[in-house]
Design a protein around this ligand. Structure first.
Ligand code: ZN
Length: 248
């Protein structure tokens, strides 16, 4: 089975379409790690597009905030402004859909899916210390997570501390493969579709082939200018528009 793993789409329709287009024919099922909405200009169109495609989804913190399940006290003022804007735009049906999304962890064929971490759906896993703690709480040897918007992740082999995943340089539109080793535990982030923060503006995703036990990471350029123009047209905050082109 080949799973297309998407995370942190953040209402970026151009990035989502480009990634789906590139991934077309290379996967059997879509798994989505949350944050469909928030920040970007197309919350309803993104939900309409991904809803019929994704076999399994977990919710993200922005999904919760935008549908009113969570307040925005812990958000910075830019995230709060984008959340307020999204709340005014979401159709009642789409808000209801977001309210019904499950919290992680969700298990699919022995893989664990979470937005933040298996410990806490809203927790960030940025470094190996955090990864070490999270590995102990994981319910499966292979966990896919999002939330940090950084493609890559961590591995745990034997009694030594967790290490960052060795990620090769990733060319436009070409898979960069990682063969998973037996007996090793993995926390893998496919990267963010709609708002990468790993210093690379290109849309990011991954495909996990469970038969070959291999993860292919992808990056693909998308029509960034179109997304930015829509955001300006909607009066979304300028720093959120500018950050897209630097991937931070
Ligand atoms: Zn996010």
């Amino acid at each position: 089975m080949r799973y297309l793993i998407l995370s942190d789409i953040h209402s970026n329709l151009e990035a989502l379409e480009k990634s789906l287009n590139l991934a077309g024919g290379r996967y059997d099922q879509i798994l989505c790690l949350g944050d469909l909405v928030g920040y970007g200009p197309d919350p309803n169109a993104v939900i309409s597009r991904i809803r019929p495609l994704a076999g399994v989804m977990v919710r993200g913190n922005h999904d919760k905030a935008c549908c009113g399940l969570m307040d925005t006290e812990e958000f910075n003022f830019l995230a709060r402004a984008a959340t307020d804007w999204t709340r005014t735009r979401l159709t009642p049906e789409n808000a209801e859909f977001l309210r019904g999304l499950p919290s992680g962890p969700v298990q699919v064929n022995g893989i664990e899916l979470v937005h933040g971490s298996p410990v806490d759906e809203d927790e960030y896993v940025f470094d190996t210390l955090e990864a070490d703690r999270v590995f102990r709480a994981a319910g499966a040897p292979l966990v896919f997570f999002g939330h940090s918007h950084r493609q890559g992740g961590f591995l745990l082999a034997g009694d030594v501390p967790a290490r960052p995943l060795p990620l090769p340089a990733i060319k436009d539109n070409e898979p960069a493969g990682l063969d998973l080793q037996p007996g090793v535990r993995y926390l893998i982030n496919p990267g963010s579709i709609g708002q990468p923060r790993d210093g690379d503006w290109r849309s990011a995703f991954a495909i996990f082939d469970s038969d070959r036990n291999r993860v292919d990471f992808y990056r693909t350029p998308y029509d960034l200018a179109a997304t930015q123009e829509k955001m300006r047209g909607e009066g979304l905050p300028e720093p959120l528009i500018a950050r897209l082109e630097v991937g931070r």
